[in-house]
Ligand binder design. Structure first.
Ligand SMILES: *Cc1c(COP(=O)(O)O)cnc(C)c1O
Length: 399
């Protein structure tokens, strides 16, 4: 994990990416935020930390994940298409890269307990997993409605020893769970660490999460060099909910202007359908979870309820790093509908024998919009596996 401090796309001292980011937090959170901000870089670039982190990534998570040349897909889309197989990580997605990193930070800060929020339960499971691994107490806040909707992940968290607490206020979903988790952290600043699940929230969370996920592009560079004799592809494509798998896949390419970066957002039933999560198409700058970013909101600044068929992309904002990539035109943002994602998921299953997470299917669906000449090298970040989405695929595709 290398430091890239000089990049125009790296966070600055104040926690900003261009005009996005920062830490817009209640005074009660200052001590926690300060403690983390003062220590996180010292901790994660300590050689002992790096050794422990990379040993766990190798022996527990199963890294490096393969970079797979998808031959049949390549032929169909007239390009060399490589899949970065984050679906093969332990727990079935990239999220564990971050939870491993953060629990090691928590240990070094002397914390005894982990608190987290979860929507669909994927981040809750990744957090409960590393808490079990480290023998740490784990409390996961989850909206009451999500607890009902996501029963298998609730069962997984309980099996792993986590306590799942229902958020019963407001819409009883992710944002209410986030509020409860924050409140818990404010009330227990000394012994608790809050593990956030994406490149969102206040500084230094987005930067810390991006650094942990940057192992993805670190590996892509090495693997491409071995396979094609150069580190840089022509395109890297990833889906964006909060944006952690995309941040990881883009990270070491941010300053390589010959590499085009594509961020696939969830258009839901259509960008203008009123049921969408295409943040850059529908959003405006504002403050969400302590960070200035682009978010979907009403005229008077109320956060709009997002919608996507894939739970991981069902978020009204994007991380501040992505707001900056959008504003500077460094990344191409695409809006992919539910139907396009479902079809792309079916296509990968039938053509390559790989069932992708519905989130990852949004990235795959971008391929049909490309006009390739046969020489392009394209890396699609396959953020997770589709087992959790089988019921949805079956119902929607009439299988
Ligand atoms: C959670 C999740 C996402 C979305 O989160 P990001 O922070 O945007 O990466 C994407 N894919 C999978 C498989 C997920 O579990």
């Amino acid at each position: 994990m290398e430091l890239i401090e000089k990049s125009a796309f790296a966070v600055n001292e104040q926690g900003y990416y261009g005009s996005f980011g920062g830490a817009y937090i209640p005074e009660m959170l200052y001590p926690n935020a300060e403690e983390l901000k003062e220590n996180y870089l010292k901790i994660i670039y300590d050689p002992k930390f790096q050794e422990e982190f990379h040993t766990l990534l190798r022996d527990y998570v199963g890294r490096p994940t393969p970079l797979y040349l998808a031959s049949r897909l390549s032929e169909k889309y007239n390009a060399q298409i490589y899949l970065k197989r984050e679906d093969l990580c332990h727990t079935g997605a990239h999220k564990v890269n971050n939870t491993i990193g953060q629990i090691l930070v928590a240990k070094r800060l002397g914390k005894k307990r982990i608190v987290a929020e979860t929507g669909a339960g994927q981040h809750g499971v990744a957090t409960a997993t590393v808490c079990a691994l480290m023998g740490m107490e784990c409390i996961v806040y989850m909206g009451e409605i999500d607890i009902q909707r996501q029963a298998p992940n609730v069962a997984r968290m309980k099996m792993l020893g986590a306590e799942v607490r229902a958020a019963t206020c407001g819409s009883k979903t992710l944002k209410d769970a986030t509020n409860e988790a924050m409140r818990h952290w404010i009330n227990n600043p000394v012994d608790t660490h809050y593990i956030i699940g994406s490149v969102v929230g206040f500084h230094p969370f987005p930067d810390m999460v991006a650094r942990f996920q940057s192992v993805i592009s670190e590996e892509i560079k090495k693997q491409l060099l071995e396979k094609i004799g150069r580190e840089n592809p022509d395109y890297v494509i990833a889906c964006v909910g909060g944006g952690s798998n995309a941040a990881g896949a883009f990270y070491h390419y941010l300053d390589e202007s010959d590499v085009k970066l594509v961020a696939a957002e969830a258009a839901g039933q259509g960008v203008n359908s009123g049921h969408s999560a295409a943040t850059t198409f529908l959003g405006k700058p504002g403050i969400l979870h302590g960070s200035r970013t682009i978010l979907m909101q009403t005229e008077d600044g109320q956060v709009t309820e997002p919608y996507s068929i894939s739970a991981g992309l069902d978020y009204p904002g994007i991380g501040p790093i992505h707001a900056h990539l959008f504003e500077t035109n460094r990344a191409i943002f695409a809006a992919i509908t539910d139907q396009e994602a479902l079809q792309a998921g079916l296509e990968l299953s039938r053509m390559e024998g790989i069932i992708p997470a519905l989130e990852s299917s949004h990235a795959l669906a971008y391929l049909k919009y490309m006009k390739n000449t046969g020489n392009e090298v394209i890396v699609v970040n396959l953020s997770g596996r589709g087992d959790k989405d089988l019921a949805t695929y079956s119902r929607e595709l009439g299988l």
